[in-house]
Design a protein around this ligand. Structure first.
Ligand SMILES: Cc1cc2nc3c(=O)[nH]c(=O)nc-3n(C[C@H](O)[C@H](O)[C@H](O)COP(=O)(O)OP(=O)(O)OC[C@H]3O[C@@H](n4cnc5c(N)ncnc54)[C@H](O)[C@@H]3O)c2cc1C
Length: 476
């Protein structure tokens, strides 16, 4: 009988738990060691909680627009006997209840994943693990005080990343907060300063603004979302300003200090911004410091991220890494795919190397910004030769009916073949609308093929087909 492969996974986030499911499916004996709860930061502090908060914010933003669609609300903040906690034109928000819901949902999701892993025969250990030298051995310091030495035929490191902080801006968990700490807020911030206008900063600024909070967004660059499509970022910044958010561009934070119930953000130009709370969204640092990586022969880059190839192999034989600790593309979906690829590779199943050009991603602001494939930046830089068409949503019948004014569909295709190589959708629920474009990109469909599929009339996706039609070249 063949010997069963032993796989030890350090970290139970999407990189870890998705690879555990694949390894178990392929017959391996799998142990996952996790220090903070199955599901990882993705489920407990980052992705799931923020999108749950955003679900409430989305409803508020929709209600703000309701008057245009002929709806007015009888109840007002003043009529609420409990008094308003947070207030927008459309109603009141009880942040305690919102946060309780967020935390309960995250815990329930973690429990769901744990049940699934257990059902599939994966052994879960609660504790901190590190590699023990070059022999693929892992030591788990268990949360209940025990210690277990685990021998493995393959190890997968998926320990994730943590919010970056600075000595001049130290979170106190009350008024100066990381994104992991906002769900403990009991009171609605009177004025929230969000430092950092990348995806995380923009998402929280958008959400809290929709909840009726006075938000100041401090951005070191000349526009929000410097890493995203510039046209999309411009639309978003306009919407932010129209909704009353203060956006300070080219403003680099130097320090954040607290005096009683006030916080002061000092900028490098000497200007100060006052608020009641500050949320730091300064990016992430990898959790790779105390894992014994060096001793095990696992190389990291200068920022501490584990170096991997496209099938998730590290520099040490039999040791793989996946997810945020590799810094490849910090998304739950990518972490999960890297983890699955690692296990398919190790256990000899069919595997294709990771292809970042087919990853669809989304910024969960209002409106959302979804992208896939080659970007405008790459086209402008001449990295790929592509034609582009941009279609504003303002001409879309469904958008008009729903009172949607902002947004567009942009498609890129190769000039000769017409093959779709990328796209951007800026719209409410763009995360759902990007899928046909993602299919076109990953399956190398032409703009004509994308255009020929029926869309529902009226529908937002009609604009995707229309944009594809505009890329048609008559060769007759
Ligand atoms: C605010 C925010 C919102 C986000 N929203 C989205 C989104 O909408 N969509 C999306 O795709 N991505 C989103 N992301 C990114 C996503 O959360 C990460 O890409 C994802 O969590 C990476 O998964 P992972 O498995 O690498 O690590 P993690 O989810 O961080 O899990 C790592 C786990 O390993 C544990 N661990 C660490 N060290 C050890 C050790 N020594 N021993 C044992 N266990 C250890 C940690 O405690 C943790 O449980 C968001 C990120 C942030 C910050």
């Amino acid at each position: 009988m063949d010997r069963v492969n032993r796989v030890v996974i350090v970290g139970g986030g999407p990189g870890g738990y998705e690879s555990a499911l694949v390894a178990a499916q392929l017959g391996a004996e799998v142990t996952v060691v996790d220090s903070d709860g199955v599901g990882g930061s993705a489920v407990l502090t980052d992705c799931v909680p923020s999108k749950t908060l955003i679900a409430t914010a989305e409803l508020m933003a929709d209600m703000e627009e309701a008057a245009e669609l002929g709806i007015s609300f009888a109840g007002t903040a003043a009529a609420d006997p409990l008094g308003p906690v947070g207030e927008s034109g459309a109603g009141t928000v009880d942040l305690r209840r919102v946060n309780d819901r967020v935390k309960a949902l995250a815990l329930a999701q973690s429990a769901d994943i744990e049940r699934r892993l257990t059902r599939d025969g994966v052994r879960i250990l609660r504790g901190r693990a590190h590699l023990d030298g070059v022999n693929k051995a892992v030591v788990a310091e268990l949360a209940d005080g025990g210690r277990e030495e685990l021998e493995a035929d393959a190890v997968l490191v998926a320990t994730g990343a943590s919010p970056r902080t600075l000595p001049s801006a130290v979170p106190d968990g009350e008024r100066i907060l990381t994104w992991e700490q906002v769900y403990d807020l009991k009171e609605i911030p009177e004025r929230l300063i969000v430092v950092g206008s990348g995806v995380t900063g923009a998402e929280f600024a958008s959400a809290y603004n929709a909840l009726g909070i006075d938000v100041v967004l401090v951005s070191s660059r000349d526009r929000v979302l410097p890493g995203e499509d510039a046209d999309a970022a411009e639309v978003l910044e306009e919407v932010f300003k129209r909704r009353g958010m203060t956006v300070l561009s080219k403003s680099r934070m130097e320090s954040v200090t607290r005096h009683g119930d006030r916080v002061t953000v000092t900028l490098t130009n000497g200007q100060t911004v006052e608020g009641s709370h500050c949320l730091l969204a300064l990016g992430s640092v990898p959790n790779t410091g105390d894992l014994g990586l060096e001793e095990a022969g696992v190389n990291r880059d200068e920022a501490g991220f584990i170096k991997v190839d496209r099938v998730s192999r590290t520099s040490a034989r039999g040791i793989y890494a996946a997810g945020d600790c590799t810094g490849i593309l910090m998304l739950a979906s990518v972490a999960a795919m890297q983890g699955r690829i690692a296990m398919w590779h190790f256990l000899g199943d069919a595997v294709s190397p990771l292809d970042l050009k087919t990853v669809s991603s989304n910024v969960f602001t209002a409106p959302e910004i979804a992208t896939v494939g080659w970007s405008q930046n790459a086209v402008d830089a001449g990295e790929i030769h592509a034609e582009a068409v941009t279609l504003p949503l303002s001409g879309n019948a469904r958008a008009k009916m729903q009172g949607v004014r902002d947004g567009f569909v942009k498609l890129f295709c190769r000039p000769g073949t017409g093959i779709v190589v990328g796209g951007v959708v800026v719209a409410p629920r763009a995360s759902e609308l990007i899928h046909p474009v993602a299919i076109a990109v990953s399956e190398s469909l032409t703009a004509d093929q994308l255009a020929h599929a029926f869309t529902v009339y009226p529908s937002m996706s009609g604009s995707i087909a229309e944009a594809a039609r505009r890329l048609h070249r008559y060769n007759g």
